[in-house]
Design a protein around this ligand. Structure first.
Ligand SMILES: C[S@@+](CC[C@H](N)C(=O)[O-])C[C@H]1O[C@@H](n2cnc3c(N)ncnc32)[C@H](O)[C@@H]1O
Length: 245
């Protein structure tokens, strides 16, 4: 099912949570020279116009990125802010980076990016952005199947971002099962997974399940509303994260 489009949600509070942590982890990992491989199961199209019809329809960016003061922006990881500044030079409406663009900005010449995106339009958008970037390979295939088949990469050091839309409730079980398989194939992988907090409460069972499978699981929770009105928060979970996160 491919009805989800991130253009409606780009730059919302959940994106801020996910992208701030992603940039923090990548900045720490890139302190060592050894090459890294960055993979994404659900990459999106990479760039979003926060004044697009889709963004204006939900108003989520207006409560997220666009609501941040300059002081709040400056407190975010440097790679995050630099990416936004760079992409907005000369822009006529505010542009916001997707996770692949943030990662590409922080990663170095010796690193590789392997991005999975199934939606034809989002895939085409990604291809356009990264045409000239030799570090990047984009795959139009199922993200879980794709990342598993490419794991472990030759470099062994790396990070996997798992960012599905959870449109189907089966994802709450499929993602933990996927994480288990991934870590079995690639034990050194750093893994970051995004989970929405919705009134149905499915995140609770998923989190319990993950804590049992991964006793050293790191959990980062952000809540911005009272439960009861759609998504009220999000959880990022991490495995094998570097010291200092
Ligand atoms: C939440 S968005 C990704 C946002 C992106 N990671 C970011 O932070 O900028 C989820 C994306 O997954 C894509 N998608 C849905 N099902 C997929 C699948 N089975 N495999 C790969 N991509 C899929 C959707 O088209 C959508 O672009």
């Amino acid at each position: 099912m491919l009805s989800y489009q991130h253009a409606y949600h780009a730059g919302n509070n959940a994106d801020l949570h996910k992208h701030a942590l992603l940039c923090t982890v990548l900045q720490i990992l890139t302190r060592k020279d050894r090459p890294l491989t960055y993979m994404e199961t659900h990459a999106g199209k990479g760039v979003y116009d926060l004044f697009s019809t889709e963004a204006l329809k939900t108003g989520e960016a207006a409560e997220g990125w666009l609501a941040l003061s300059e002081a709040e922006r400056v407190a975010l990881p440097a790679g995050y802010i630099e990416t936004v500044k760079k992409m907005n030079s000369g822009a006529t409406s505010p542009l916001y980076p997707g996770s692949p663009l943030l990662a590409a900005h922080i990663l170095r010449a010796q690193d590789k990016l392997r991005l999975m995106e199934l939606h034809p339009q989002e895939y085409a958008g990604l291809e356009k952005i990264f045409t000239d970037d030799k570090r990047v390979q984009i795959h139009k295939r199922d993200g879980l199947e794709g990342v598993l088949s490419l794991s472990p990469p030759e470099s062994r050091r790396g990070l996997v971002l798992i960012d599905p839309s959870y449109e189907v409730k089966e994802d709450y079980e499929a993602i933990p099962a996927f994480m288990e398989k991934l870590v079995r194939k690639w034990p050194e992988a750093c893994v970051l997974t995004w989970i929405p907090m919705l009134p149905a409460g499915r995140h609770e069972g998923m989190l319990e399940n993950l804590k049992k499978t991964f006793p050293a699981l790191r959990v980062f929770k952000a809540e911005w509303a009272k439960p009861g009105q759609g998504m009220y928060g999000s959880i990022m979970v991490g495995i094998n994260l570097p010291h200092g996160v």
